[in-house]
Design a protein around this ligand. Structure first.
Ligand code: M6R
Length: 604
């Protein structure tokens, strides 16, 4: 979820691109660059760092009236100058910026290298300019060369290209947004409207599968080789609202981004038909077969992702899995480092206690794996192996999309370990991967039911104590749901394994303590129904997060969770995110920056 900006017009493109990148910086900020068409091959300036670092290497002005720019949030390749966008072909005539992931870049790169193309970066993006170069060398026009290159790539992408000898920007969109702003004799391009909002408010949004060419005064869109018209819409948002995609808070925007985040997490990693996973981590089969324990270390929401994962690893890979609050890890003994894989789960990659736990694991000689959202973060430099969750930047303090992407990445890890240890058959793995593949659609169905969640939140928002219960995978979701609510609403909220209620917490249950129960597949719903009856008999209203046919008739409010096997509780968690959001919003809380909390906790 990087940012793209483009300009074609009559004025100097450089300040337009530079300001556009600054506006987009909230989307990602590990490197930035521009390509300027000054009559000849595009001139590329790029650097690792923030947009201000780029500005330090840019000239004050340029002759260019056409150009593209990019601010990067890494998914392939460390944040370096070479990996920053734009990427060029061997001749330097073609410059490309890209958001998203090209799934088949390995194969394309091998083919292009065999044909003599030299690559300058570790990115997936760089295959595109080389594909275009090959088509141009065969005599294709820039538009045809671009369309032919786009036809060869698989995955998610928003692409913008400039080429020597043209005053056009070539665009393509698949599962990653791209829009065009219409000015007076000038045209703007953005991955979202914040890139150019101060210049243009009439906007055309490209659709999946569109390939387009923009010049100063024209936009030509093709879809499946046919010319199509896309509507021009008027944007009323102010810049702040636009950054939030029109949502009132970043948290809500990020909740709604989850289907896309999940597609990115899964992209190119699963072969559901064959029951295979490719995570690009070096955990050899012999090593995985010698394992006696997988230890997850993490804090907060990431700890809950670890709990979910431990359950999956034990069930599908038949190896002991333990989960440790990172700040407590150093106080535990009894480790056999040679047979232990330590998995640090941290979206930021900067949480001090998780880093300290990882250092401790490293000191004892255990093999370590970091599961993180931030390429190049501190944890990635400490761990032996890295698995990126690819959720895109998360700005709201309350973790939402990173939680679902963490759990999904860890579910893939569980399948990988299970397959390598021969504890999962290809058919069993295939079933699990099909469930994972269903996640973006299932989460979207939950998001589509937002009005219903809001009505439930309105019914209970006056309470100031809430309980969340669940079993097995539903237990980790109960804990995470309670954390989300307490973080942003400041209400007392606790999550419990459903069976524990009667061992104490039941004393707190009254008719003013709503109970949210996870009653999905993968969460022992039939047993949890008994706990629902216990709280109902004490007068508590119950909201059920229910997979079809389980539990609806025992609860006051049922929210339907699509059946996705072991992934169902994760889908249920999205209801809890929305519930927490609406309760907090009804109470007028500072949702994106709750009191006393920080996005990244870098002190112990
Ligand atoms: O960046 P990390 O995943 O290591 O962060 C861990 C916790 O600080 C974090 O999950 C925190 O609990 C969130 N605010 C939860 O919404």
């Amino acid at each position: 979820m990087c940012g793209i900006v483009g300009y074609a017009g009559a004025r100097d493109a450089l300040p337009v691109l530079s300001d556009g990148l600054k506006n987009l910086e909230y989307r990602g900020y590990d490197s930035a660059g521009v390509a300027l068409c000054e009559g000849g091959a595009p001139t590329v300036y790029k650097t690792v760092g923030e947009v201000d670092d780029l500005r330090a290497v840019l000239p004050d002005a340029s002759e260019a009236t056409v150009g593209v720019g990019h601010t990067r949030w890494s998914t392939h390749g460390e944040p370096t100058d070479a990996n920053a966008h734009p990427h060029t072909d061997c001749t330097g005539d073609v410059a490309v910026v890209h958001n998203g992931i090209i799934d088949n870049y390995d194969d394309l790169k091998a083919e292009l290298e065999a044909d003599g193309h030299a690559f300058a970066s570790e990115t997936d993006t760089e295959v595109v300019p080389h594909l275009v170069e090959a088509e141009l060398a065969d005599g294709a026009s820039p538009a045809d060369a671009f369309a032919a290159a786009v036809a060869r790539i698989e995955g998610s992408f928003a692409l913008a290209m400039v080429v020597d000898g043209t005053d056009a920007i070539y665009l393509a969109r698949q599962d990653s947004p791209l829009c065009v702003g219409h000015g007076d004799g000038e045209t703007f391009v953005g991955s979202d409207v914040t890139a150019f909002l101060e210049h243009a408010r009439e906007v055309t949004y490209l659709e999946n599968g569109d390939v387009a060419v923009v010049t100063a005064d024209e936009l030509v869109v093709e879809h499946d080789g046919e010319r199509v018209e896309r509507p021009v819409e008027q944007v009323e948002w102010e810049a702040d609202a636009a950054e939030k995609g029109g949502y009132e808070h970043y948290m809500l925007k990020e909740i709604h981004e989850q289907p896309r985040a999940l597609r990115q997490t899964l992209s190119g990693r699963i072969d559901a038909l064959e029951g295979e996973v490719d995570l690009d981590v070096d955990l050899p089969r012999e090593y995985l077969n010698s394992l006696e324990e997988v230890q997850f270390v993490a804090c907060g929401t990431s700890y809950h992702a670890g709990l979910y994962a431990a359950n999956l690893v034990e069930e599908h890979a038949d190896v002991r899995a333990t989960v440790h609050v990172a700040s407590e890890y150093q106080f535990r003994g009894g480790r056999d480092p040679w047979r232990t894989l330590v998995v640090a789960v941290t979206q930021s990659g900067e949480t001090a206690e998780t880093l300290a736990a990882l250092r401790e694991a490293d000191r004892t000689g255990a093999r370590t794996l970091a599961v993180t959202n931030v390429v190049g973060s501190s944890v990635t430099r400490l761990a032996d192996e890295n698995l990126y969750i690819r959720a895109g930047p998360e700005i709201g303090v309350a973790a939402t999309k990173t939680f679902v992407s963490q759990v999904t990445s860890l579910a893939l890890l569980a399948v990988h370990v299970g397959r390598e240890r021969d504890e999962l058959t290809p058919t069993e793995a295939s079933d699990l991967l099909e469930d994972a593949r269903g996640l973006p659609g299932a989460v979207q169905r939950v998001l589509d039911a937002d009005a219903q969640v809001r009505a439930v939140a309105e019914a209970y928002a006056d309470s100031d104590a809430f309980f969340f219960i669940g079993r097995a995978l539903g237990h980790s979701v109960a804990l995470e749901s309670a954390l989300k609510l307490k973080e942003i609403s400041y209400d007392h909220a606790e999550g419990f394994p459903a069976g524990e209620l009667k061992h104490g917490p039941l004393a707190l249950v009254t008719d003013d303590t709503p109970v949210v129960a996870v009653l999905t597949g993968g969460a022992r719903a039939a047993e949890t129904v008994n706990s629902v009856k216990e709280v109902e008999s004490r007068g508590a209203p119950v909201v059920g997060l229910c997979t079809d046919g389980i539990g609806e008739k025992f609860v006051d409010d049922a929210l339907a969770v699509p059946d996705l096997g072991a992934m169902s509780p994760l889908v249920a968690n999205v209801y809890a995110q929305l519930f927490a959001y609406h309760v907090a919003n009804l109470k007028g809380r500072a949702i994106d920056k709750p009191r006393n909390l920080a996005k990244s906790v870098t002190v112990e």
